[in-house]
Write a protein that binds this ligand. Structure first.
Ligand code: NAD
Length: 515
């Protein structure tokens, strides 16, 4: 198929099939971009009701001055509900947003193929079904492409343009360009389970569920740590918002579609909640109770800093620099000056022989047993900080105490973390704590996605920032942290847990050795 097979799509009539939450959003965006839009739904009256609702939304936007005067009426005039699919002859593009069912989508596209001209582009908004599979049985499977919007469509900028095995590159490119014209940020993706966002995001939930399974921390603690790292919502409150049934179904589908790769194995914690109807906000109870939601994490009490005779800042790089900057006034207050040991194999502070160690993925107990002495406390990776040397430490920061540690250091370590500018929150002695293990796993999943040609690093970064509002893209974190550091955490997790979940992506390994 060549570009000549589909005419320019800009301004051409667009058919949207399915007038549910996504179809209505897609229709609104297409109409606002200037297309005549025809909306069809198999439920009688649904398309008309959706057009009416879009009109009201636009009136509201116009009243608030968010769109120009007269635009609501102009857009309304471009929107037309259809009573029958047959009325859609002449559409240059059909965007399908019906029920998430392979057979229903195949049947619809077979009908559309017979109805629309040979040059029309067929797009599916499926969030989890293979585009390759949907195209099977079509006379021209090359004109079917994924156009995966995010909810709410008018607000979310990302569109994953998903190519199946037979999708013509020119068709994908035409949808890419059209998405831009609709004010979106498109990213090319290969049709693989979860595409980009739903795949790379899995560890955000999975690592939290793993921590909860082994009782390392309460949901409030995990949420606070990841919010402090810049995530807009913690994983527990986010799963409650998405709905545990939906989140569990996506995890299951990615797991099954990857031939039950243990890396994607769902969690007993979540299955139990789904089985019990604790679905989150919509059922009134998930990790939190609603409408109250999560209560704020009470700041933990800690004792005052005791006098110290010697403080040494170990390690190099932005986190060591920030630690040195934060420690200087604290030491001055104690009447001493901190020294530096930049060449150390670890990053953190040594205070009268006791250690406050930046996590390298190992438990505090392992670090202590590996020759660091009994008094070891590990602290989590302050992700927000690592991009800005000299910036204050992140707020909530997880720490864990080695079981061997003495009572004095157990009490003094959180006092030091607080004096350095963060709100220390205690965790069971767990490898990689909260942020380090989560971010390392997000980077690892993104690396595998790139290895498998699902997307480019730039595409993954844009997708995660725009599709799920991450504070940075996985490859941005990687460039700040460095492949050896990420691999170190993953290897420590792998050595601790065994199994497939923490295996290091070959792409990352190659990155670390520069090939
Ligand atoms: P929805 O249930 O709100 O709407 C689906 C609509 O399609 C309903 O109005 C239904 O009557 C209609 N429909 C079903 N079968 C039809 C058919 N054969 N012909 C015509 N109309 C039909 O669902 P939704 O949340 O809008 O999801 C639609 C699609 O978008 C699904 O494939 C879903 O996976 C995908 N998606 C959803 C989201 C989301 O957050 N909801 C995000 C991205 C993609």
């Amino acid at each position: 198929m060549t570009t000549s097979l589909h005419p320019p799509l800009q301004g051409a009539p667009v058919l949207v099939v399915g007038a549910g939450i996504m179809g209505a959003g897609i229709a609104q965006v297409a109409a606002q971009a200037g297309h005549p839009v025809w909306l069809f739904d198999m439920r009688e009256g649904a398309a008309a009701a959706a057009c009416e609702q879009i009109g009201k939304t636009l009136d509201g936007l116009e009243a608030k001055g968010r769109i120009a005067a007269g635009q609501a009426q102009a857009v309304r005039a471009r929107l037309q509900p259809l009573a029958a699919l047959e009325q859609a002859r002449g559409a240059a593009l059909a965007v399908e947003a019906i029920v998430e069912n392979l057979e229903a989508k195949r049947a619809l596209f077979r009908d559309l193929e017979g109805l629309l001209g040979p040059q029309a582009v067929l797009a599916t908004n499926t969030s989890s079904i293979s585009v390759t599979a949907i195209a099977r049985g079509l006379q021209a499977p090359q004109r079917l492409v994924g156009m995966h919007f995010f909810n709410p469509v008018p607000l979310m900028k990302l569109v994953e343009v998903v190519s199946g095995l037979q999708t013509d590159a020119a068709v994908a490119e035409a949808i890419f360009e059209l998405s831009k014209a609709w004010g979106k940020v498109p990213v090319h993706a290969k049709s693989t389970p979860g595409f980009i966002v739903n795949r790379i995001a899995r560890p955000y939930y999975a690592e939290t569920l793993a921590l909860l399974l082994e009782q390392a921390a309460a949901p409030q603690v995990i949420d606070a740590c990841l919010r402090a790292a810049g995530f807009r919502m913690g994983p527990c409150e986010l799963m409650d918002l998405i709905g545990h049934d939906t989140n569990y179904a996506v995890t299951n589908s990615v797991y099954e579609a990857n031939f039950f790769d243990k890396r994607f194995v769902p969690s007993l914690v979540q299955r139990e909640m789904v089985d019990g109807g604790l679905l989150g906000r919509k059922s009134g109870r998930g990790f939190y109770r609603y409408p109250e939601g999560a209560s704020a994490l009470a700041p933990a009490a800690h004792e005052a800093l005791a006098p110290a005779a010697s403080v040494t800042v170990h390690g190099e790089g932005p986190i060591a620099e920030a630690l040195a900057a934060a420690a200087a006034p604290v030491c001055a207050g104690l009447g001493i000056a901190a020294s530096r040991a930049a060449g150390s194999a670890w990053t953190g502070l040594a205070i009268d022989g006791a250690r406050l160690v930046l996590t390298d993925g190992r438990c505090a107990a392992e670090i202590a047993a590996d020759g660091a002495g009994a008094d070891v406390v590990v602290f989590d990776r302050p992700v927000a900080l690592s991009s800005a040397p000299g910036a204050p430490l992140a707020t909530a920061l997880a720490y864990a105490v080695a079981p061997q540690a003495g009572a004095r250091w157990r009490a003094q370590a959180p006092a030091w973390l607080a004096a350095l500018g963060c709100a220390p929150v205690a965790l069971a002695d767990t490898p990689g704590l909260v942020v380090a293990r989560t971010v390392a796993m997000l980077v690892n999943e993104a690396a595998d996605a790139v290895l498998q040609g699902v997307c480019t690093p730039e595409g993954a970064d844009a997708a995660m920032k725009l599709g799920v509002n991450y504070p940075a893209g996985p490859f941005e974190w990687l460039s700040r942290w460095g492949a050896p550091g990420v691999i170190g955490v993953l290897q420590a997790l792998d050595a601790h847990y065994r199994g497939e979940r923490y295996r290091v992506s070959p792409w990352l390994r190659r990155q670390a050795v520069g090939c």
